[in-house]
Design a protein around this ligand. Structure first.
Ligand SMILES: Cc1cc2nc3c(=O)[nH]c(=O)nc-3n(C[C@H](O)[C@H](O)[C@H](O)COP(=O)(O)O)c2cc1C
Length: 219
């Protein structure tokens, strides 16, 4: 049993997604004592911004003519993929920024997708492995809200984790995290508190389930 945890928040110790992912991990750990956790925090240590284009450009150049930058990019993509596929379960914490996905997560996914194992149509080495995706947004974009559909991150993240990589995905969502920060949202204080409690309960349940599903997928 092992876990790969990917954090992407740029908000350091104030991060809502890190706090929720901590709950998932805590419950997973309680059910899998001593099992290893491999971590990568893209908000603290982003990937080099030119790695993705360098890796893609290797497709148009014979290997013996690859530049050092291209070789480094391929090595990094393979290392990120090794780290991901070595884990029996995956936990990803990814906030909504500017109505879309964190650029750090996008850079990581783009680079991993350059590895032949992970590209659409590749081997799908993660098929059936359990994963938890934790997300948070400052506002709320569900049905009936004025900006229904403005969250362009969650759909894309589900596509990648569930449909492209075939992970057995559970999603934990927290909304209205900017209540208490943005005075325009003060009228949602009670709703935000309830939403927070619900998300924390879902995170704990997802952590316990992750361990159960991992055990089942390992046979
Ligand atoms: C640069 C930036 C952009 C943001 N853009 C949005 C946004 O478009 N919609 C939204 O609802 N919240 C937005 N937020 C609020 C975050 O989604 C919210 O603070 C969330 O809790 C962030 O998760 P984190 O604390 O784990 O980083 C933004 C926050 C930051 C720092």
């Amino acid at each position: 049993m092992s876990l790969f945890r990917l954090d992407t928040s740029i908000l350091g110790t104030r991060s809502s997604t890190v706090a929720l992912a901590d709950l998932v991990e805590q419950e997973w750990r309680a059910a899998t004592p001593g099992a290893p956790v491999v971590r990568r925090h893209l908000g603290e240590t982003p990937l080099p911004p030119t790695a993705w284009s360098a890796a893609v450009s290797t497709r148009f150049t014979p290997p013996d003519r690859h530049t050092p930058e291209q070789r480094d990019a391929l090595v990094l993509a393979a290392a990120l993929t090794d780290e991901l596929v070595a884990a029996d379960a995956v936990l990803c914490a990814a906030p909504l920024y500017n109505f879309g996905v964190s650029q750090h997560l996008k850079a990581w996914v783009d680079l991993v997708l350059t590895d032949p194992r992970m590209a659409p149509g590749g081997d799908k080495p993660l098929t059936g492995r359990p994963a938890v995706l934790v997300t948070a947004r400052g506002g709320a974009y569900g049905p009936g809200t004025p900006r229904d559909g403005w969250d362009h991150a969650i759909g894309w993240m589900r596509r990648i984790f569930s449909d492209v990589w075939d992970l057995e995905l559970t999603v934990v969502e927290r909304e209205l995290t900017l209540v208490g920060v943005d005075p325009a949202l003060d009228r949602f204080t009670e709703l935000a508190a309830r939403t927070r409690i619900a998300a924390e309960e879902q995170a704990c349940a997802a952590g316990r389930n992750l361990a159960l599903r991992e055990r089942a997928s390992l046979g």
